[in-house]
Write a protein that binds this ligand. Structure first.
Ligand code: MGD
Ligand code: MGD
Ligand code: SF4
Ligand code: MO
Length: 836
C-alpha cells in the first residue's frame, strides 16, 4: 500500500489527508486523524478530491499561442520579452499576478525574482481580493500581520462570533469543530451576516447586519460594553440599524462570555471599509482584554490553502518578504540577504491598480500564476480588455482552457495538487507539507522551478535551487531578518533541515499559541463608511460561495458528485423584491449594475433580506453564458488595503423572456452560440446543459452525430430527441418546450453513456417502472435525496444523527448536516402548523 500524507488542495483550514495511490491517476482520500487541523475530518470538497486528479483538460505542454513548443524555446521567448520590456520601459513595465494557491516555495521564488532582481514591486496576488483588509488591520493594530489565535482557541471558547463568514460551507471542518465545542462546553454561536445562510440557521443568534453595517455594529457594542463597565474605550455612539432586541441579546452574550473568539472572513474583508471592519473587531477584543489567553481573540480566517504562506514571503505588493516593509534598514537587510542587484524602492501596484496599469499600457509584460483574473477580478469586462491589450501575457496554470488563458500569448504547464511538493500555511499559522502523489504528467513543472529557470536565463544569481527543500531552507533562513527587525515570524530553526527531514516534516505552528503576548497592541479609530445609494440601482448585490464549488470551477466544475449541489448560478432574492420586479421562481432574470449585466436563474428565498440579492462568484464563460458576477462588480476598493468591495454593489433586476427552454445531454462540452442563456454542469459521462432561446432550435448543432429518435408532443409543446451510437449507448438527448414543463433531469442524466434504458423511456425522460423519486440530492457522499430524508423523518428520525442511522445521509463528510438540520426544522414546523 502506497499511502502518502499530504494537505487538502482547497481551503485555508488546511486539513491533513492520507492519500492511498491506487493507480496511475487514481487515489483514495481520507482524513489524517493525526493532523492537528482536522483530526481526520474532511468536508465534501476534500473527500472528493480524487475525482479531480484525472488529466482531462490539463495543460501538459508549453504553448506559444496554439502551438506546442519545447520548454527551451518557450522560456527563451518569455525571458526575451521580459528583458526587452525592462530595457525599453523600465522594471515597472513588468508585473506578476500570483495566488494563494501557489506553494510557499513558488511564492518565495516569484517574489524574490520581482522585488530583488527585476527591481519592481509590481507583484500582487489574488489575496488582495481576499485577505488584504485583514492584513492591513493586523498591521495597524499589532505592527505585524499576525493572527493571534489557533484552532485550539475555538475548542476553548464560550462564545464564537462569525462575522461575514458562511463557515458551514466555506470552512466546513472548522464549523464541525465549532459544533463540537458547542456540544462539549455549550459554546454559544452568533452569526453576523445580512442573509440567513446555513451557518446562520445553526446559530444561537443571527444578527442581520445591514450591508457594510459592521463598523457601526462593533462600535455600538464597544460603547455598550464601556457603559456596562466591561471595556475601556471612547467610541462614538452610532446608529447600527439592528433591531434593539437582537442588539441587546448580542450585547448580553458578549458581556457574559470573556472567552470570546470573533471569526471574520469575506463579509468583513471584501468591503470599501474592510480594514476598518477588521480593526473595529480587534478594538473590541483589545478594549475588553480578550486576546492572548485561551479561548479568545480576533480570528481572520484565510480562504485559500496558502493565503497565509503568501503573506509570509511577501506576495503582496506593499510588503517585502518575511513581514518586512520598505524602511532603509529593512531594504538594506533584504538587499544583503538576496545579494539583490536592484531591490525595488517601495510598494508596487495593488491588483485593481495593476490591471488599470495593464489597461493603459504602463504594464506591458504580465505573468499570471495560479489565478483566473478574467473571472475573479472586479469589473471583469475591463480586466479582459486589459488582457487583450497587453503586449505579453504569460499564464502558468494546470488547466489548458481557462477564461484567462484565452488571452495568453504563452501558457506554461504547472504541476497540480497531487504532483507538487512543498509547504502551505493555514489560517492558524500551521505549516504543513503538500506531497506529490503522482509523477509529473506531460511536461508539467513546479511553479518555483519555472520561475527559477526564467531568473537564471535572465542572468540572475541565487536561483540555482534543485529542490523545493532548497527554496524552503532559504526562506526559513531569511526569517532571521524578521527577527532582527523585531517581528514574530521566525522559522530559523528550520533553516538547517536536510532533504530527508523536509520530506518528513510534521505540521507545526509558527509564533506559538499567543504570538502577541507581551507586545504592543493598539486600538485604531475607525470610520463608518458605506456606498452611496443610487435610485437607478435600488437593490444591494451581495455575492459569495457555494458549498461544493471552488472559485472559478476549473477543478470542482469537473466533478459530477460536487456538481449535484447547485447546477446553475442562482440569483437569490426576497419574495417581495421578486414580485415587485415581476420575476418568478425558476425563471431567468437579468442583473444590471453600472458596470455590466448578466443573467441568472431566480431563486426566491426568504433567507434574503428585502432589498438585497445574492449571487455566487463561481461561474465562468466556459461554464455558462450568464452567472458572471464580476461583470457586475465595480472597481471601488478599501482605501487602505486596496481590497475590492465585492459584497456590496448596487443593482436592479429585470425578467428575461425566451421563446423556448430546453435541456441537453452530451458526452463532450461545447459552447452554444446565439442563445438567450446556457449553462452546463458535470454529470457522469458528460455534461447536462440548460438552454433558453428564441426562434428555431438548432438540434443539429447541439446534438452529436448518431442514430436519432424523435418524439413531438404538440399538446404539451414538447419536442424530445435521443441520439444513440452503434452499440445502443445514449450519447445525446435534447428536450425542448415552448410552453410546458421540462421533465426532471436526474434520471435521464444517469443514462448518458449507458445502454440500459429503452428508447421510449429516454424520450419520456423517465423509466417505465419508475424508481421511487429520491428528490434533489442533499448528501453528495451517499447520494441521498431530500425525499429520502423526509421519509426517514416521517418514520420518526428526529435528529440529524437519527437521520444518519436511518438512511446514511450526513454520515460521511458531514458537509450536508446543516441542510438536514434545516429540513428537520421545517418538517417539525409543518407538523406543528398542522396540529394547530
Ligand atoms: N465551498 C467553498 N469553500 C471555500 C471557497 C470556495 O470557493 N468554495 N473559497 C475559499 C476562499 S478563497 C475564501 S476567501 C473563503 C471565503 O469564505 P466566506 O467568507 O465564508 O465566504 P463568502 O460566501 O464569500 O462570504 C461570506 C458571507 O459574507 C456575507 N456578507 C456580505 N456582506 C456582508 C456585510 O456587509 N457584513 C457581514 N457581516 N457579512 C456580509 C455574505 O452574505 C456571505 O454569507 O472560503 C474558502 N472556502
Ligand atoms: N464577486 C466575487 N469575486 C471574488 C470573490 C467573491 O467573493 N466575490 N472572492 C475573491 C477571492 S476571496 C478569491 S481567493 C479569488 C479566487 O479567484 P481565482 O484565484 O481566480 O480562482 P481559482 O479558480 O481558484 O483560480 C486558480 C487558478 O489556478 C490554477 N491552479 C491551481 N493550482 C495551481 C498550481 O499549483 N499552479 C498553477 N500555476 N496554477 C494552478 C487553477 O486551474 C485556476 O485556473 O476570487 C475573488 N473574486
Ligand atoms: S475544510 Fe474541506 S476544503 Fe477545507 S481543507 Fe478541509 S477538507 Fe479541504
Ligand atoms: Mo479567498
Amino acid at each position: 500500500m502506497n499511502e502518502i500524507r499530504t494537505t487538502c488542495a482547497y481551503c485555508g483550514v488546511g486539513c491533513g489527508i492520507r492519500a492511498e495511490v491506487t493507480g496511475a491517476r487514481s487515489v483514495t482520500i481520507r482524513g489524517d486523524e493525526t493532523h492537528p487541523a482536522n483530526f481526520g475530518k474532511l468536508c465534501s470538497k476534500g473527500t472528493h478530491l480524487g475525482e479531480t486528479v484525472g488529466l482531462e483538460g490539463r495543460l501538459l505542454h508549453p504553448m506559444i499561442g496554439d502551438r506546442q513548443a519545447g520548454w527551451d524555446e518557450t522560456l527563451d521567448l518569455v525571458t526575451g520579452k521580459m528583458r526587452d520590456c525592462i530595457a525599453a520601459h523600465g522594471p515597472d513595465s513588468v508585473a506578476l499576478y500570483v495566488s494563494g494557491q501557489l506553494l510557499t516555495e513558488d511564492y518565495y521564488a516569484a517574489n524574490k525574482l520581482m522585488k530583488g532582481f527585476v527591481g519592481s514591486a509590481n507583484i500582487d496576488t489574488n489575496s488582495r481580493l481576499c485577505m488584504a483588509s485583514a492584513v492591513a488591520a493586523h498591521t495597524r493594530a499589532f505592527g505585524e500581520d499576525i493572527v493571534p489565535v489557533t484552532y485550539d482557541d475555538l475548542d476553548e471558547a464560550d462564545l464564537i462570533l462569525l462575522v461575514g463568514s458562511n463557515t458551514a460551507w466555506c470552512h466546513p471542518v472548522i464549523w464541525q469543530r465549532i459544533e463540537a465545542a458547542r456540544e462539549v462546553r455549550g459554546t454559544k454561536i452568533v452569526v453576523i451576516d445580512p442573509r440567513r445562510t446555513e451557518t446562520a440557521e445553526q446559530a444561537d443568534l443571527h444578527v442581520r447586519v445591514p450591508p457594510d453595517g459592521d463598523v457601526a455594529l462593533f462600535n455600538a457594542l464597544l460603547a455598550e460594553m464601556t457603559r456596562r463597565g466591561l471595556a475601556d474605550a471612547d467610541p462614538a455612539r452610532c446608529d447600527h440599524g439592528i433591531d434593539p432586541g437582537t442588539f441587546d441579546r448580542l450585547a448580553d452574550l458578549v458581556a457574559a462570555h470573556p472567552r470570546m473568539v470573533t471569526v471574520f472572513s469575506m463579509g468583513a474583508n471584501q468591503s470599501v471599509a474592510g480594514t476598518d471592519k477588521g480593526n473595529a473587531i480587534i478594538n473590541l477584543h483589545l478594549a475588553m482584554g480578550r486576546i492572548n489567553a485561551p479561548g479568545m481573540g480576533p480570528f481572520s480566517m484565510t480562504g485559500q490553502p496558502n493565503a497565509m504562506g503568501g503573506r509570509e514571503v511577501g506576495g503582496l505588493a506593499n510588503m517585502l518578504a518575511c513581514h518586512l516593509g520598505f524602511s532603509e534598514t529593512e531594504r538594506a537587510d533584504v538587499t544583503a540577504f538576496w545579494k539583490a542587484p536592484r531591490l525595488c524602492a517601495g510598494p508596487g501596484l495593488k491588483a485593481v491598480d495593476l490591471f488599470r496599469a495593464v489597461h493603459d499600457g504602463r504594464v506591458k509584460f504580465l505573468w499570471i500564476m495560479a489565478t483566473n483574473p478574467a473571472v475573479s477580478m472586479p469589473d471583469a469586462a475591463f480586466v479582459r480588455e486589459a488582457l487583450a491589450r497587453c503586449e505579453t501575457v504569460v499564464v502558468s496554470d494546470v488547466i489548458a482552457e481557462t477564461d484567462t488563458a484565452r488571452f495568453a500569448h504563452v501558457r506554461l504547464p504547472a504541476l497540480a495538487w497531487g504532483e507538487k511538493d512543498g509547504t502551505v500555511t493555514n489560517s492558524e499559522r500551521r505549516i504543513s507539507r503538500q506531497r506529490a502523489l503522482f509523477d509529473a504528467p506531460g511536461e508539467a513543472r513546479a511553479d518555483w522551478a519555472i520561475i527559477a529557470d526564467v531568473a537564471q536565463r535572465m542572468g540572475f544569481a541565487g536561483f540555482d535551487w534543485t529542490t523545493a527543500a532548497g527554496v524552503f531552507r532559504e526562506y526559513a533562513a531569511m526569517t532571521a531578518l524578521s527577527v532582527k527587525n523585531g517581528k514574530v515570524l521566525d522559522l530559523t530553526d528550520k533553516a538547517g533541515v536536510n532533504d530527508a527531514e523536509y520530506a518528513e516534516m510534521a505540521p507545526f505552528v509558527w509564533g506559538g499559541r499567543y504570538p502577541l503576548a507581551g507586545r504592543t497592541m493598539r486600538q485604531v479609530p475607525v470610520e463608518v463608511r458605506t456606498r452611496a445609494a443610487d435610485p437607478a440601482y435600488p437593490l444591494r448585490l451581495n455575492c459569495g460561495r457555494y458549498r461544493d464549488q471552488w472559485h472559478t470551477m476549473t477543478r470542482t466544475g469537473l466533478s459530477p458528485t460536487l456538481s449535484q449541489h447547485r447546477r446553475e448560478p442562482l440569483l437569490e432574492l426576497h419574495p417581495e423584491d421578486a414580485a415587485a420586479a415581476g420575476v418568478t421562481h425558476g425563471a431567468l432574470v437579468r442583473v444590471v449594475t453600472a458596470s455590466g449585466a448578466s443573467i441568472f436563474r431566480a431563486s426566491i428565498a426568504d433567507g434574503q433580506s428585502r432589498g438585497q440579492v445574492f449571487v455566487p462568484m463561481h461561474w465562468t464563460g466556459a461554464m455558462a453564458s450568464g452567472g458572471r458576477t464580476n461583470l457586475l462588480a465595480d472597481q471601488l476598493v478599501d482605501p487602505l488595503s486596496g481590497q475590492p468591495g465585492f459584497k456590496n454593489n448596487a443593482c436592479r433586476i429585470e425578467p428575461v423572456a425566451s421563446e423556448w427552454r430546453a435541456f441537453l445531454l452530451r458526452r463532450d462540452a461545447l459552447e452554444p452560440k446565439g442563445l438567450v442563456w446556457w449553462s452546463r454542469s458535470a454529470i457522469a459521462g458528460g455534461w447536462l446543459y440548460e438552454l433558453a432561446g428564441d426562434g428555431a432550435v438548432d438540434a443539429d448543432g447541439l446534438l452529436p452525430f448518431g442514430t436519432r429518435a424523435e418524439a413531438v408532443d404538440m399538446a404539451r409543446g414538447m419536442r424530445r430527441l435521443a441520439v444513440l451510437d452503434g452499440g445502443g449507448v445514449l450519447i445525446g438527448a435534447l428536450h425542448v418546450t415552448r410552453s410546458g414543463q421540462l421533465p426532471p433531469r436526474e434520471w435521464i442524466a444517469a443514462q448518458l453513456a449507458t445502454a440500459e434504458a429503452a428508447l421510449p423511456e429516454l424520450l419520456a425522460a423517465r423509466p417505465s417502472a419508475p424508481a421511487p423519486d429520491r428528490g434533489s440530492v442533499v448528501c453528495v457522499c451517499h447520494g441521498i435525496g431530500a425525499k429520502q430524508i423526509m421519509a426517514a423523518a416521517g418514520q420518526g428520525a428526529g435528529s440529524v444523527a437519527e437521520i444518519g442511522s436511518a438512511c446514511g445521509a450526513g454520515t460521511n463528510c458531514g458537509s450536508c448536516r446543516p441542510a438536514i438540520a434545516r429540513m428537520l426544522r421545517e418538517w417539525h414546523d409543518t407538523l406543528a402548523e398542522a396540529a394547530e
